[in-house]
Design a protein around this ligand. Structure first.
Ligand SMILES: CC(C)(COP(=O)(O)OP(=O)(O)OC[C@H]1O[C@@H](n2cnc3c(N)ncnc32)[C@H](O)[C@@H]1OP(=O)(O)O)[C@@H](O)C(=O)NCCC(=O)NCCS
Length: 401
């Protein structure tokens, strides 16, 4: 690791002024990215020892979505100094994701989007405009980032938009060009009911919903993708404006689940088998896929949350009472899993109008929260002339990174 990066107590190297064009946005070396991870550990990894956190970040470069160049790391730095000796003025990561857009006439096209995460400025460089500068450079840069590359079984990849989820309120990223979108959730409390130590099939035998395991995800994702394509086309026509969505595909879900496995293995010494729950017969199913997120570990459990990554109602034309009943049964399994895995809450982001109507009668305790500061969903659209703004469909937790 370069000396210039090793200690906050040294005099920082002379830094380019934020208003000059000199800082550049580029990729870090392996040493530089490990250095950044070691700095972010107290913020984002207190549930793990520093070494395990840094190893997790390295591991997460190899999992679905991130692997094969899906993950890009970015630093704002001084171009006049050599790699590993230059200051890391600010840093972030982007993940390439499959996306769709529907035109107002209902025509659906495939492309990609970039999800931005881990925006971080070393405390010694804060308050000098570096993160702002990085984001202002990054927004337009992503418009063409990996835009020409072709992935297997995929259409040419035009970059439709980029998204991020701000934990620092609504204005910082809005100033750099990302529009804020609905950022709400249902919150359900954990409920004791599951009996740990016995297999999930026994545990939930009395439930009308049944647990979803890893092996069922591929089929559910394929069905979900087909339904979402129809729904986004309808939505664009109804709203007479462009509608976009990240695709809740298998890679997208596996990225969350592998992160979850790493965490639960380190915290509990085992990984969960229940990845979601499904209610009803094929064609009329209601299901949710979820992940367990531990921020402070078991010592500081506030904020440890079971997130419903994606909730699907296969036939939205069904009787709403029936939908409510099914949703309630699915949520009950989530509540039981939250209790077993020591999570404080169950969250479901941006429920549809349909689920907001039926939750009342579904027999579970719930609250609805509009977030003002944490996880503010934000989107930068790269299309031309969209005066009405774009509609973001399926803006759920699976898109987070
Ligand atoms: C947020 C962060 C990246 C800003 O980096 P920076 O290089 O100091 O940012 P800049 O100097 O470009 O911009 C500072 C602005 O960010 C705002 N800001 C910084 N931290 C903030 C916070 N926690 N909440 C709200 N606004 C914040 C400042 O108020 C300031 O606003 P202003 O321009 O209106 O005065 C840095 O404080 C950091 O790394 N924080 C810890 C990690 C984090 O929270 N990352 C963001 C995750 S979404």
């Amino acid at each position: 690791m370069g000396e210039s990066m090793s200690s906050g107590s040294q005099t920082p190297p002379s830094l380019p002024d934020k208003s000059t064009p000199s800082p550049i946005l580029t990729q870090p070396t392996d040493t530089e990215r490990r250095h950044t991870w070691s700095l972010t550990h107290p913020l984002w990894g207190p549930a793990l020892r520093q070494e395990d956190y840094v190893n997790r970040e390295a591991y997460l470069t190899t999992v679905p979505l991130a692997k094969d160049g899906g993950l890009s790391q970015w630093i704002l730095t001084d171009p006049s100094l050599p790699p590993n000796e230059r200051p890391i003025l600010s840093a972030c990561e982007t993940l390439r994701k499959r996306a769709i857009r529907a035109r107002p006439d209902g025509f659906v096209e495939d492309g990609i989007a970039h999800g931005i995460g881990a925006v971080f400025t070393d405390p010694q460089y804060r308050g000098r405009g570096y993160a702002n500068r990085m984001m202002r450079d990054l927004g337009p840069r992503l418009r063409s980032w990996q835009g020409e590359s072709k992935r297997r079984n995929s259409n040419p990849d035009e970059v439709f938009f980029s998204v991020l989820y701000s934990d620092i309120g609504k204005s910082f990223y809005a100033k750099a060009g990302w529009a804020t979108y609905e950022s709400s959730h249902f919150s359900f409390p954990p409920v004791a009911g599951g009996v740990s130590g016995i297999s999930p099939s026994d545990e939930y035998a009395a439930s009308k919903a049944r647990p979803i395991g890893y092996h069922e995800l591929a089929e559910l994702c394929a069905v979900d993708e087909g339904l979402l394509r129809e729904r986004i086309a309808r939505r664009a026509k109804e709203e007479e404006r462009v509608a976009v969505a990240l695709l809740p595909d298998l890679d997208q879900l596996l990225w969350h689940l592998m992160r979850e496995d790493y965490m639960t293995k380190h915290i509990f010494g085992r990984t969960p088998t229940v990845r979601g729950a499904v209610y009803g017969e094929v064609g009329k199913r209601i299901w949710a896929v979820w992940t367990r997120a531990y921020y402070g570990g078991l010592e500081k459990p506030e904020g440890n949350t079971l997130h419903l990554l994606r909730v699907v109602v296969e036939d939205e034309g069904m009787d709403e009472k029936k939908i409510g009943e099914g949703f309630g049964e699915v949520v009950r399994i989530a509540q039981s899993e939250a209790e077993e895995w020591r999570l404080q809450e169950v969250h479901m982001w941006n429920p549809t109008g349909l689920l907001r109507r039926v939750v009342e009668g579904c027999g579970v305790e719930w609250t609805f929260v509009e977030r003002e500061r944490e996880s503010i969903a934000s989107l930068m659209w790269y299309g031309e002339g969209e005066e009405k703004g774009v509609e973001w469909v399926a803006n759920e937790k699976f898109g987070w990174c």
